[in-house]
Design a protein around this ligand. Structure first.
Ligand SMILES: Nc1ncnc2c1ncn2[C@@H]1O[C@H](COP(=O)(O)OP(=O)(O)OP(=O)(O)O)[C@@H](O)[C@H]1O
Ligand SMILES: [Mg+2]
Length: 408
């Protein structure tokens, strides 16, 4: 079995990135180097430090969510990535090339062909049909009419709007218009999509619908998506990794698990107060490895009952998990079920399995896990997406975890 994990491939690498708004950025930069706070810099010089020393990596194919309070620098940061805002200092390496120092011409080309941006409010052209709006980016890029309509129709189908292709934007609901905006960004087939509060103007129902459209597209096409949101639910729902900003600084980058379980500071923690974090914790977060597992070798003559019992005694366990050679869970045995089979030479390990004990998928949310675990007296095994055993959940462990989350 190959257990080597490969490093994720970088799509964007941001290094020591700064943005100072104002006419004296050099003065502000020097003051930052001298350790001055951005509030002091604003007071003394009138310069606004929008982004402060940001360094992080965005991986190929991930949805990278930038979160933070209003004014924390999210929009500034995402606009720096395609240089809609000129950086004051630092590097933005996209596919190995520094956007910060790239020629204007090259930059324009990159924005047209390989980087799309979707905003919260975006102007659809009112006198053009849906398909013409969707094809707009291609028109600018000089693609001929037939080809751009073909590609626009393809994308409209993906976002579920093909039957509205000939309608005008005003004939569509707000959510549908937002989908046209998304389609417009998608038709150029960018490998990098920048989305700034793209779904924020939508009502909650349409918003989740759009998130689903995005997740589905992402499964099919694996673009790299940078998504600004100030909505925690949205971030946790769609983000592979989340970047949290405060006062222009990046305070933490990690998976939702990382951030929920190991918040970098009080600010990050405060984001999650009042949030039912159990909703976002899953079975794998509480699965314990210290359980007895027994491998079933069906071809061996002896069933190995006594060896199994001996190990359970050693670890002081009443239950154990039986795995096949591929580490797939066959079931659960107890001291009693093993003892009952032990003296019958015709019985195999499989005969000692307790009836009806299902494994829990590692991605199952804790709320559901709780329901399962209370139904059974024994701990339940947790399996990954290939059905391989990764640990087990006992009532005690689960309760301890839930109590800790509530009092944290
Ligand atoms: N063009 C500008 N000139 C001066 N200051 C600016 C400019 N754009 C942004 N700022 C300042 O930079 C800081 C970060 O703003 P930014 O728009 O990036 O925040 P944000 O996190 O996107 O907020 P929101 O959630 O409200 O959209 C703020 O203090 C803002 O006032
Ligand atoms: Mg913003």
């Amino acid at each position: 079995m190959n257990t080597a994990t490969t490093e994720p491939e970088a799509k964007v690498v941001v290094k020591d990135l700064h943005k100072v708004f104002g006419n004296k950025p050099d003065v502000a930069m020097q003051m930052l180097r001298d350790g001055k706070h951005k509030d002091e810099i604003l007071k003394q010089t009138g310069q606004v430090v929008g982004v402060l020393d940001a360094s992080f990596q965005i991986n190929k194919g991930e949805i990278f969510v930038i979160m933070g309070l209003s004014g924390s620098g999210k929009s500034t940061l995402i606009r720096l990535l395609n240089r809609l805002i000129e950086p004051t200092a630092g590097a933005i390496i996209v596919d190995g090339e520094d956007v910060a120092t790239m020629s204007k011409e090259k930059l324009l080309n990159l924005r047209r062909k390989d980087m799309s941006m979707v905003f919260q409010s975006f102007a659809l052209l009112p006198h053009r049909t849906v398909v013409e709006n969707a094809a707009f980016g291609l028109e600018i890029a000089g693609i001929d009419l037939k080809e751009r309509e073909r590609r626009a129709m393809e994308v409209l189908e993906q976002v579920g709007l093909n039957t509205f292709a000939k309608h005008l934007p005003a004939q569509l609901s707000g959510g549908m218009q937002q989908r046209v905006g998304l389609a417009r960004a998608l038709t150029v087939n960018p490998s990098l999509m920048l989305m700034d509060e793209a779904f924020s103007a939508l009502d909650p129902l349409r918003r989740t619908e759009m998130q689903d459209v995005l997740i589905k597209l992402q499964q099919e096409q694996k673009r790299t998506i940078v998504f600004v949101s100030h909505d925690l639910d949205e971030a946790l729902r769609i983000g592979n990794r989340i970047c949290i900003m405060e006062g222009g600084r990046v305070v933490q980058v990690g998976t939702s698990d990382d951030i929920l379980q190991r918040p970098a500071d009080e600010y990050v923690k405060a984001f999650f107060t009042g949030v039912d974090t159990n909703k976002y914790l899953t079975a794998k977060d509480v699965a314990q490895k210290e359980q007895v597992t027994i491998f079933d070798h069906p071809d061996e003559p002896a069933a190995g009952f006594s060896a199994a019992l001996e190990r359970m005694r050693m670890y002081d366990r009443v239950y154990a998990f039986v795995l096949d050679e591929q580490h797939k869970v066959l079931g659960i045995v107890s001291v009693e079920s093993l003892m009952a089979c032990m003296n019958d030479p015709n019985k195999k390990l499989r005969d000692a399995l307790l009836p009806g004990k299902e494994a829990i998928p590692s991605s199952m949310p804790l709320n559901e896990v709780l329901r399962k675990v209370v139904e059974y007296p024994c701990p339940l095994p947790v399996v990954d997406e290939h059905g391989e055993y990764i640990g087990a959940i006992t009532k005690t462990v689960l309760l301890r975890k839930l109590c800790k989350e509530k009092t944290a």
